[in-house]
Design a protein around this ligand. Sequence first.
Ligand code: ZN
Length: 203
Amino acid sequence: MAKRLKRKARDWPEIERQLARLFDLLGLDLSQPELVRTPGRVARMYKEIFAGHYTGQEPKITVFPNDKKYTSMVIVRDVPFYSVCAHHIIPFFGVGHMAYLPAARIAGLSKLARTLEFFARRPQVQERLTEQVADFLNRKLEPRGVMVVLEARHLCMEMRGVEKPGSLTVTSTMRGLFEDSAEGGRFRMEFMNHIGRAGSVPR
Ligand code: ZN
């Protein structure tokens, strides 16, 4: 099933034709100047915002040996991301905060942001996005611990459905020492102190 979907998804001219058919069924007049090129634009947009779905299994990030034996927590906070709700195919967006406790390997700081962007660029659910980022960093860096917090606005909750503008959905997940029953508390507290109160999501 997934294979068939992937093959068909590369047929962008056919996607454009089907979008034109869909807009026509919705009663839109595609001869209007502002709509005449919309099916093609939307097809190209999907190619871009679903890019992570088409470009391989995982982000390409370079990691380095931790020669300096740096062991303190590394935190990258307020990383903006844009994704698309898998249930409604409209955006959810916000900021991500990622922390890890280095062991054998470290990564360039921009690579944490790139990891979030890679997994965001596909139809997603926020919970799964959070887990995928944590799992990838955990596997790639083999750190002593990883924690990921995402705060996002979901347009499917704001412009339709329950219509709750400005509400934030917060998800978090931990690996390794962050969830350790003895030591986890102090690492979680250090991370949460650094990321502070929510509020950097545009509203
Ligand atoms: Zn939704």
